[in-house]
Write a protein that binds this ligand. Structure first.
Ligand code: C2E
Ligand code: MG
Ligand code: MG
Length: 707
């Protein structure tokens, strides 16, 4: 390397000056490049490979001083030696240049022997510095060399030296490998190769002294991938071009394979093991395996009420119990049943039953795992109970990947949770069907609005005392191309979970308001009717909900007096104070607030009193049972009394027969809604109804009967 010719750049705007200097430098054994102005010089330096610059201080346009400032400032070229050439002997400006970071100067006309001595001295100094830096890096590497392998890459010749320890870590035994970089890269996991090379490139162009760093998988001598951590530093020439990269490599497979909190295997390791099981199950007839996905029930509650430390303790304890239970399986049964327990993060665990003689074995294992969690966990002198839900997916030849099995065990786990938790479910055909329908609904829902598949239906709300029509409830319907008319019961939850309820719900509100104004214009004889629209929890939690509602009102021209928003008690669950504030903001718009499905939630009366609620809607289930069940009758009576005390109106939901109407009337309930008065119907049919409605709002009995 030291035999390399130094390359100098001569910058001067006068050809004669440049040429004279160049000829003499060439004769002294240097390579020389010229530039006639600062811009060109910057360009040449940027391309790399320059060891020293002879820079004319005074040039038209950008001066040498300006260029020097640029190099030392913005471009960070602090190590590139710069010698100023100047005709002025004014010591002020020479001192100025030196202060700006010039390494030396020569005066014109140039005394060549003096210039040569200064150039050589600068180059020697810089080479010495570079060697020092290199040996420091080597030393640092050698320090780490005890555990780490070392690699040393000469970029010019593109050869890498791999230390014996590097070769040993890669499991290549004493077999020596060539100094080709490909010896390394051909063993890198295809999924990691891009990252590794990308990081190297980035590091080389990065100019700054940020070291190279990458964690990736290397295929070792035994054919298996292991996680490695590589670091490196680069030596650069004076212009910052990378000429050599030296680094270390260590095996971090153990760190990578384990979850640091519980010491169990982690997701990556689990997936790798499961991948091996899948391959074997495909090869060996009659062999099978299963994945159990376990999630603690209400773990969030422990975390929230007792703190994260307590939560961590529970997780560690759960991990230990699961492992112990599975180990017990091993010793109790004669057969050897290998397994892997992993923590996937949070309160999620996965168990791989690597050999499954009978499919029934998996539920039996799940049962015992659940049992192992039945005893309380001791936390700060308190006994805390935590149950879990487990989903099981058993391999069959239809499975193409581990991901599919995991997905199914996850689906089954959710099904177990939906049944109230503390149990397990095996993924089967019925669940598969449900999951498929769900997926169909989810994907279809995304396009439902644009494809005009959504419609709002309207159900009449009646004054029980007078029989007059007082308004409608807007209820969403989805005309699915293959599934037919899908009820909100089947898609609102999915829309909630996916967030699609936001655009869909907004569309429903806008549509209902638009329709209402249309009816008001079409049927001026009809007394002022109100429209109720449902708001789900997720819609309600949008910070800009009040603004959105205000905008919809303005754009449709509907008076706020005619709009009512139906919310449920569940909005109070997480942050009751915020819910109260939002409700007040909505109320301030002038719209009405209805509490839907009242009696089914768990809200506290004190919160309810602080919310500006106009109307309570008694849930359908109480109305349904009130005739035969005294408790339900009493509940209805109490709600009506409560509403009267709080100055609210009451609507009975789900009124289906004359008996209920009379009973509600005698209890003093003002309003009713239900199949008895009319099912939810399309807007067009409501128009017929309104056309037949008399002046006082009483619907034509014939029209209603037809619905
Ligand atoms: P909800 O707000 O409690 O609506 C009342 C439900 O009871 C409606 O079901 C209605 O069709 C049904 N119903 C009315 N009268 C009777 C009756 O006499 N007997 C029986 N058995 N049922 C009756 P639907 O239309 O299936 O809606 C279900 C739920 O979906 C609604 O419950 C509401 O929570 C939600 N939903 C509907 N439309 C929207 C919407 O636009 N946005 C939001 N966020 N949720 C909506
Ligand atoms: Mg409702
Ligand atoms: Mg309801």
């Amino acid at each position: 390397m030291s035999a390399r010719k130094h390359k100098l750049l001569v910058v001067d705007d006068e050809f004669l000056n440049r040429d004279m200097l160049k000829q003499r430098l060439l004769r002294s054994g240097f390579e020389v490049t010229e530039a006639e102005n600062a811009q060109d010089a910057l360009h040449v330096i940027g391309e790399g490979g320059i060891d020293l610059v002879l820079l004319d201080m005074m040039m038209p346009g950008m001066s040498g001083i300006d260029l020097l400032k640029l190099l030392r400032g913005v471009h960070g070229q602090n190590e590139l030696p710069v010698i100023m050439t100047t005709a002025v002997t004014d010591s002020q400006s020479i001192a100025g240049a030196l202060n700006l970071g010039a390494n030396d100067y020569v005066t014109k006309p140039i005394d060549f022997p003096v210039a040569l001595a200064r150039v050589t001295s600068q180059l020697n100094r810089r080479d010495a510095e570079q060697r020092l830096r290199q040996s420091e890096e080597r030393y640092a590497l050698a320090q780490r060399g005890n555990e780490d392998g070392i690699w040393d890459w000469d970029l010019a010749s593109n050869r890498i030296y791999y230390s014996p320890h590097w070769i040993q870590i890669a499991g290549l035994g004493s077999a020596s490998i060539s100094d080709n970089p490909d010896e390394w890269f051909k063993r890198v996991h295809p999924e990691d190769l891009g990252t590794l090379l990308g990081r190297l490139k980035q590091h080389w162009v990065d100019g700054a002294a940020r070291p190279f760093f990458c964690e990736y998988r290397l295929r070792c001598g035994d054919g298996l991938y292991r996680w490695m951590r590589a670091r490196g530093h680069t030596v650069r020439d004076a212009t910052g071009r990378a000429i050599r990269t030296t680094g270390s490599q260590s095996d971090i497979n153990e760190q990578k394979a384990h979850d640091s909190l519980t010491g169990l295997a982690n997701r990556l390791f689990f997936l790798e093991r499961a991948g091996l099981c899948l391959e074997r199950a495909r090869r060996v007839p009659q062999s099978s395996f299963a994945i159990l996905f376990l999630d603690l029930d209400r773990f969030k509650l422990i975390n929230d009420t007792m703190g994260h430390l307590a939560g961590d303790r529970v997780l560690v304890d759960v991990a230990a119990r699961l492992s112990a239970s599975l180990q017990g399986e091993q010793t109790n049964s004669q057969a050897h049943h290998p397994f892997t327990v992993a923590r996937f993060g949070g309160d999620e665990f996965a168990i791989l039953l690597e050999e499954l003689p009978q499919p029934d074995d998996a539920p039996a294992v799940a049962q015992r795992l659940l049992q192992s969690l039945e005893l309380p966990f001791h936390l700060n002198g308190r006994d805390v109970y935590s149950t879990a839900s487990i989903g099981i997916a058993i391999w069959n030849p239809a499975y193409a990947s581990v991901e599919d099995l995991l997905r199914d065990s996850d689906t089954a786990m959710y099904a177990a949770k939906a049944r109230g938790g503390a149990g397990f479910m095996v993924f089967d055909e019925a669940l598969r069907q449900r999951a498929a329908t769900r997926l169909e609904i989810e994907t279809g829902l995304r396009q439902a609005i644009e494809r005009h598949e959504l419609a709002v239906y309207y159900q009449a709300k009646i004054n029980l005392q007078s029989g007059a029509l007082v308004g409608f409830e807007a209820l969403l319907r989805w005309r699915h191309p293959t599934l037919g008319l899908v009820s909100p019961a089947d898609f609102i939850t999915i829309a909630e979970e996916t967030g699609l309820i936001i655009p869909i719900g907004e569309w429903a509100i806008r549509e209902a308001c638009r329709q209402m104004v249309a009816w008001q214009t079409l049927f001026p004889r009809v007394p002022a009717l109100a429209i109720s629209v449902n708001l789900s929890v997720r819609q309600f939690r949008q910070p800009d909900l009040p603004a959105k509602i205000a905008a919809i009102l303005a754009e449709s021209g509907l008076s706020p007096r005619h709009l009512q928003l139906e919310i449920t008690e569940s909005i109070l669950m997480d942050e009751p104070e915020t819910a109260i504030v939002t409700t007040r903001k909505l109320k301030d718009l002038g719209v009405g607030i209805k509490l839907d499905d009242f009696g089914t939630g768990y809200s506290s009366l004190s919160y309810l009193c602080r919310m500006p609620i106009d109307t309570l809607k008694i849930d359908r289930s109480f109305i349904l049972r009130m005739r035969d069940n005294n408790t339900d009758l009493e509940i209805v009576r109490t709600v009506i009394a409560l509403a009267r005390t709080l100055g609210m109106e009451v609507v009975a939901e789900g009124v289906e027969c004359q008996d209920q109407v009379s009973q509600l009337r005698s209890l003093g309930c003002q309003f009713g809604q239900g199949y008895y008065f009319g099912r939810p119907i399309a807007a067009r049919e409501i128009s017929h109804l309104l056309a037949a409605t008399t002046e006082d709002g009483t619907p034509d009995p014939d029209e209603l009967a037809r619905q």
